[in-house]
Design a protein around this ligand. Structure first.
Ligand SMILES: Cc1ncc(COP(=O)(O)O)c(C=O)c1O
Length: 466
């Protein structure tokens, strides 16, 4: 049975779409689409790994909203934790004051983070955490006698958020050009897309990883070590379609950072909180960065929250005299969000979510790899519950689609066809065309088969279009 949400009258869902068209400025959205007869998709309900739209249609949530809803939709415990905290203390800032839920969450995150990453600076989301990390790196070096260390190195096609600093770190030209000039000092190096590795490294992931990491050392030498403050890497890069770190890559990046006194920042906005099968992916990969930025899955999306977690070494100069980190956000460490995060982490423990992801990830990969028999499926890659499927024009040569074909395939067909077939996921062309999957972490083999069946049908049809 389909229940009609209170705010949608039987004849009212078209009205709601009209109101969306007239007033709701959607993010990263080509609005003209919705003036050409397309209904704005309006999602009204979620339960487990499924979502429903205002027409009563059910979809599989193959992206956990936006890499967020780790514990699944409709979790009463999380809603109740929010309500309880809002009744007790709905809001208080952490500007020179504290409140219990932020304190307890900071302690819990410090326990879960690798090494001596014990200092938790809360934000409202991932971009703010990235922005905070760059500002911290700059001020840390000013306080420790190296004031010229200000630049940041990051990787091609990586997404690190939209504030103007974070956008400088981001490596997607189309997302940056309209807003230039941005904060100066964002230097780019190659990412770890092994599928597109230079010819000489085909078949040797380790050698490719070493080569890619050494490009960071080269960039530091080129810019001058006394001008570089930090290197930002996602443990598994999202944008471009899930690039895991080749064996030895993160270790070598750590070594380079130590050699040149440059901070290693792991942007775990997506990879933390179970996505790769641990609270922090860097723990899973066995490398300790100087800073972790995280957000999204910390609350499973039941309330917004982000954090920058810094090492004791970085905090030390801020702990004495009149030194202050002049930086903060009204809603950073919001009591309701922090209470929800604590409850979410309790669910992780009680339900063994990290263990579940580690155990089932190979089965998820195997289900997706079955799709490699479809002519346009070139590569399946990723880790944990986080996979990308790269689409190619020619599997033998790995020839990719040109801009026009990509537009026709992704925007013209795939996004809509996947959704109509009942799968919400991302068809992305920031880099080569990929389909990205990051479902709730509670699912298992039955749902993997469901995802595979929908993808098989739609991708087979897409193959015939090209
Ligand atoms: C790696 C990474 N960093 C930063 C961000 C920005 O996070 P937010 O949208 O919460 O500002 C994202 C968002 O997807 C991300 O994937």
């Amino acid at each position: 049975m389909t229940t009609t949400p209170q705010y949608v009258t039987e004849s009212g869902s078209d009205q709601l779409a009209d109101k969306a068209r007239n007033h709701l400025w959607m993010h990263f959205t080509r609005h003209s689409t919705y003036y050409e007869g397309h209904h704005v998709p309006i999602i009204t309900k979620g339960e487990g790994a499924y979502i429903w739209d205002d027409q009563g249609n059910k979809y599989f949530d193959g992206l956990s909203g936006l890499f967020v809803v780790q514990a699944g939709h409709g979790r009463k415990e999380l809603a109740q934790a929010a309500a309880k905290q809002a009744e007790e203390l709905a809001f208080f800032p952490i500007w020179s004051y504290a409140h219990p839920s932020a304190i307890l969450l900071a302690e819990r995150l410090a326990q879960l983070a690798p090494g001596d990453l014990n200092r938790v600076f809360f934000t409202s989301g991932g971009g703010e955490a990235v922005e905070s990390a760059w500002k911290l790196a700059k001020q840390y070096f000013k306080l420790t006698g190296k004031p010229t260390k200000t630049k940041v190195i990051s990787r091609a096609v990586a997404y690190h958020g939209t504030p103007q600093g974070a956008l400088s770190i981001t490596g997607i030209p189309e997302a940056k050009i309209p807003f230039e000039p941005l904060v100066p000092g964002g230097i780019k190096v190659p990412n770890t897309n092994f599928y597109r590795a230079p010819e000489e490294f085909r078949g040797d992931e380790k050698a490719f990883g070493l080569w890619a990491a050494n490009r960071i050392a080269e960039a530091i030498e080129f810019e001058g070590a006394d001008s570089v403050a930090a290197v930002f890497v996602e443990p598994v890069q999202n944008s471009g379609g899930c690039f895991p770190p080749p064996p030895g890559y993160l270790e070598r990046v750590r070594e380079i950072c130590d050699e040149y006194d440059v901070l290693m920042v792991a942007d775990e906005t997506i990879t933390a909180f179970g996505r790769i099968g641990d609270y922090f992916a860097m723990k899973r990969f066995g490398v300790t960065p100087d800073i972790i930025t995280c957000a999204k899955g910390m609350t499973s999306g039941y309330s917004p929250l982000g954090a920058m977690i810094a090492s004791d070494r970085l905090y030390e100069p801020f702990s004495k005299g009149d030194t202050t980190f002049y930086h903060g956000y009204t809603f950073g460490g919001h009591p309701v969000s922090a209470a929800v995060a604590l409850e979410n982490l309790k669910i992780f423990e009680e339900e063994g979510i990290n263990e579940h992801v580690r155990k089932n990830s190979p089965k998820f990969r195997a289900a997706l790899e079955k799709l490699l028999d479809i002519p346009i499926v070139g590569d399946v890659r990723g880790a944990g519950y986080f996979f990308g499927i790269e689409l190619v024009k020619n599997k033998e040569t790995k020839e990719t689609f040109n801009d026009e074909e990509s537009e026709k395939l992704l925007r013209g067909f795939l996004s809509k066809a996947l959704f109509e077939a009942g799968l919400y996921c991302r068809a992305d062309d920031r880099g080569d065309p990929v389909i990205q999957l990051a479902p709730p972490l509670t699912i298992g083999p039955e749902e993997f088969a469901e995802i595979e069946a929908i993808l098989r049908d739609v991708l087979t049809r897409a193959s015939k279009l090209i």
